[in-house]
Design a protein around this ligand. Sequence first.
Ligand SMILES: NC(=O)c1ccc[n+]([C@@H]2O[C@H](COP(=O)([O-])OP(=O)(O)OC[C@H]3O[C@@H](n4cnc5c(N)ncnc54)[C@H](O)[C@@H]3O)[C@@H](O)[C@H]2O)c1
Ligand SMILES: N[C@@H](CCO)C(=O)O
Ligand code: NA
Length: 470
Amino acid sequence: MSKDAGRVAERSRTIDSVKVALLGCGVVGTQVVRLLREQSEELAARVGAPIELAGIAVRRPQRHPDVPAELLTTDAAGLVARPDVDVVVELMGGIEPARDLLLDALKNDRSVVSANKALLAEEGEALATAARESGADLYYEASVAGAIPLLRPIQQSLAGDRIRRVAGIVNGTTNFILSAMESTGAGYADALEEAGRLGYAEADPTADVDGYDAASKAAILASLAFHTRVTASDVHREGIRDVTATDIASAKALGCSVKLLAICEQVDGDAGSTVSARVYPAMIPKAHPLASVSGAFNAVFVEADAAGPLMFYGQGAGGPQTASAVLGDLVAAARNRVIGGRGPRDTAYAHLSVQPMGEVRTRYHVNVDVHDRAGVLAAVASVFAEHGVSIATVKQEGGREAESPDADDAGHGGDAGTDATLVVVTHEAPDAALRATVDALSGLDSVRGVASVLRVEGLGRPVHALGGAQ
Ligand SMILES: NC(=O)c1ccc[n+]([C@@H]2O[C@H](COP(=O)([O-])OP(=O)(O)OC[C@H]3O[C@@H](n4cnc5c(N)ncnc54)[C@H](O)[C@@H]3O)[C@@H](O)[C@H]2O)c1
Ligand SMILES: N[C@@H](CCO)C(=O)O
Ligand code: NA
């Protein structure tokens, strides 16, 4: 009998209840405690043995009057090291001390359940290695898209298929802000304030609005979908701070919505396959199902060779919602303890390198503020052409006809009433070419400035409304 199998067999002989150490009792932890209490009999029936809390590590015990005092401890390391603990549920967040605590737990054959995307995105390899070596389980369904069952379908239900792309809305706070901007015409600052008032945005919203949270989730998704290792720092990241009410209005005019997308793709090239993982706000056609995902909801498209497109939709955040995913993982880990099984290992065998962002091909919507004078359109178009960026459509907004029909038309713009905006939508081009185009445009005499650049993502569907084939 192998060392692993021996350990598993020994566990199944000795377990008459599954003992859980809970680390952290905040928004999610409180709900996990509640559900464990309220559903204890059903959970015992599903697992085959009762799930019992061995202890709860908190910072300030006096802040948890609803929890039996004998369960509370400020000594998280001591709790994890207790010999009767079978599963450690980590809901503290942050990298340390969570990392060391979970590595210790796994090395000592405690299974681990965590909702900590920052930790999983950064230290997934070390944690998976520790789990593999000890034969313990490592589950983290709650870390991406909260309540939505997503990681288990990717890892297990689609294990026989080949996933090509995982793309979607994985941050509820930013989706709430962008939806509010679209529905009310509000600016970014007002929408953020509203998100804070309703409890979606945290006091420091940086992780959400600057895309760090979504980048961690993208790293986890790309690693699982493509059987490789992608960390948060491998993910190209742009947040939503610079999205303006004008961007949203421009998108609307083109039949699009602006969404903060996390996109993970396997890219097959002559030199082999690479993985692209990126987070940025992009226009998507309103006809695309992701465009109608509003408020704090999440939705993720998974495209696999045989299965085709699949969509996962639901609440990606919130105490009870996230606790649902944590409990699902806990039941899986507890069942394995009771019956002597073991969950699937992470299979990071592909060792794919990450495609540089400059090589990623998408379409772009560019607003160029210009002096409305003869030749400006040709000058702007030639800059796109020189950089190999093909224009699909161009439209002029404002300018002499619209704003100042009686103005002297000598063709020397720059004075009030002679400004215009060229709205350019391109065909697919490499990101580096578009960046160089924007830099060069800013140097033209006739250009007042590049007001905005937003990517346009069809996500597998042609963007007919914007002109030209993709
Ligand atoms: N809230 C959500 O909607 C949501 C959704 C998905 C994932 N998550 C993840 O779940 C985890 C928990 O999130 P939350 O919203 O419950 O956070 P929270 O801040 O409400 O709770 C965390 C708790 O852990 C405690 N804690 C932190 N360090 C500790 C330590 N060293 N020892 C003991 N206690 C400690 C804090 O005092 C706090 O009470 C995070 O990793 C978060 O990213 C949260
Ligand atoms: N802050 C995250 C919580 C869920 O991970 C969000 O807004 O989606
Ligand atoms: Na999930």
